[in-house]
Design a protein around this ligand. Structure first.
Ligand code: GLN
Length: 478
């Protein structure tokens, strides 16, 4: 049996009945990675997989040694964490991110190789990685989405059991949609950001990418919770997210926002979403069209706030503390040369945009206005959630596009996040679940949003839908 193809909950079942050992899973993954990673390129620095100290953790703890794959911007003690940027070359954090500590405490095995990503999570296609792009397992000529494209692709290609990604404006959900896997962005504050290398601190959240909804709930159980090391983490109890799985959705009120069915949306994507909504009605949900009137401002507002925060977060990469240092005559030249050679084009573009938005004279016109509109976007959601349990919409307006198709047109690239960005601006949770395929066999993702800390309802709806359709069972032919 190819253990790499199974889900975490299937493997946990087999481990519990002593049919397999944790090391069996690890060797089946290693074999798969060695045979397929040169095509998919979902992992970076693959030679580190042979690291002699890597052994599956075998334990009585809940995750029982299940291997977890980690995005290159989440700190793992002793393993390179470089955000797929030259400027962090060779950086091995001296500590684990809180999510890694929690995973280890629950008995997970952390893979020493990390998943590919857009440099510092800036992008929607994983093409901005200093290691080159990841390829979509469903069509190797296409992008896997981004910025957590590596995490989504390795899960879809059965080179991983489960993975972690980060989502600032859609970076878990959009690649999950493009690769046909399940990806959840938790409520802002649900999961600690300690040890996540910051992109935009008021938007970033870590979340799981998995083969099905049950695995997503299992992972969320482990990584959630208050952390005194992250002052924005919220101190409210963590429920058992697996408990609501299997509950039916009869009588649940689902809102369909009309702004998410705009003219630019691909017709096959639209059909899949409409069929998914019908399916939910058949499962007993009550659906109604609603309006989120400020949706049209989400992309401009996001690109002001996210770049402003990014420009300030990236100031710490000064050639002194971590990673690359280019020799120069004096300190200022060292900063300049290191940042010039260390950052890729998209990072430089964001530093320039963000610095501009924050500069004296433009701050009020752009940054503080964007913050006000952000509040309006949040209140749109608040009023819908007064009446509805969740909102259902497409995750992305298209399926995976061709590698190279949008690299010369940053604005087109930015528009691919049009449906995911609002959840980050509002701080609410959202998931992407597979909901069908186009004629060209590319996956389509359905997005489900809920009010803050409404992950249980999201997982319940996603699971009921998933079990009724079984799209997640389809595998990419590689
Ligand atoms: N694609 C968006 C961006 O480039 C979102 C990225 C993310 O969520 N990290 O900013």
């Amino acid at each position: 049996m190819e253990l790499n193809k199974l889900t975490a909950h299937e493997l946990i079942g087999q481990l519990e009945s002593n049919k397999i050992k944790p090391d069996d899973i690890l060797s089946s993954l290693k074999q798969r990675i060695q045979s397929i990673n040169s095509k998919v390129k979902g992992y970076v620095r693959v030679s580190d997989l042979l690291s002699p100290q890597l052994e599956a953790r075998s334990s009585k703890l809940p995750l029982k040694g299940i291997p977890v794959s980690i995005k290159d911007n989440i700190c793992t003690e002793g393993y390179n964490t470089e955000c797929c940027s030259k400027i962090l070359t060779g950086f091995k954090p001296p500590y684990d991110a809180t999510v890694i500590k929690k995973l280890k405490a629950a008995g997970a095995t952390i893979l020493p190789i990390k998943t590919n990503m857009d440099e510092f999570a800036f992008g929607s296609s994983t093409e901005n990685s200093c290691f080159g792009p990841t390829h979509n397992p469903w069509n190797l000529d296409c992008v896997p989405g981004g910025s957590s494209g590596g995490s989504a692709a390795v899960v879809a290609a059965d080179e991983a059991i489960v993975a972690l990604g980060s989502d600032t404006g859609g970076s878990i959900r959009q690649p999950a949609s493009f690769c046909g896997v399940v990806g959840l962005k938790p409520t802002y504050g649900r999961v600690s950001r300690y040890g996540l290398i910051a992109f935009a601190s008021s938007l970033d959240q870590i979340g799981p990418l998995t083969k099905d909804v049950e695995d997503n709930a299992i992972m969320l159980n482990v990584i959630s919770g208050y952390d005194p090391l992250d002052s924005t983490s919220v101190n409210i109890p963590v429920p058992d997210y697996t408990k609501t799985l299997g509950k039916n959705i009869k009588g649940l009120k689902i809102a369909i926002p009309k702004e998410y069915f705009i003219s630019g949306i691909d017709s096959e994507v639209k059909t899949c979403i409409e069929e998914a909504i019908n399916q939910m009605k058949q499962l007993g949900a009550i659906t109604k069209e609603v309006s989120l009137p400020h949706t049209k401002y989400a992309v401009p507002v996001y690109y002001i706030i996210a770049t402003a925060e990014a420009s300030s977060n990236l100031a710490r990469f000064d050639a002194v503390q971590y990673g690359l240092r280019v020799k120069a005559e004096n300190l200022i030249d060292m900063y300049k040369k290191t940042r010039d050679q260390g950052f890729g084009d998209e990072s430089k573009r964001r530093i320039i945009l963000g610095t501009f938005a924050l500069s004296h004279g433009y701050y009020d016109a752009y940054y503080s206005r964007a913050l006000k509109v952000r509040t309006l976007i949040k209140s749109d959601f608040d009023s819908v959630f007064k009446e509805f349990d969740c909102i259902v919409a497409p995750t992305a307006p298209t399926t995976a596009f061709k590698i190279g198709e949008k690299t010369n047109d940053p604005l087109q690239m930015y528009l691919s996040d049009i449906f995911t960005i609002s959840a980050n601006l509002a701080g609410i949770p959202a998931i992407s679940v597979p909901c069908g395929f186009t004629k060209k066999e590319l996956p389509v993702g359905l997005q489900i949003f809920a009010k803050p800390f409404g992950e249980e309802i999201i997982l319940q709806v996603a699971h009921t839908y998933e079990q009724a359709t079984l799209w997640h069972k389809k595998k990419a032919k590689l």
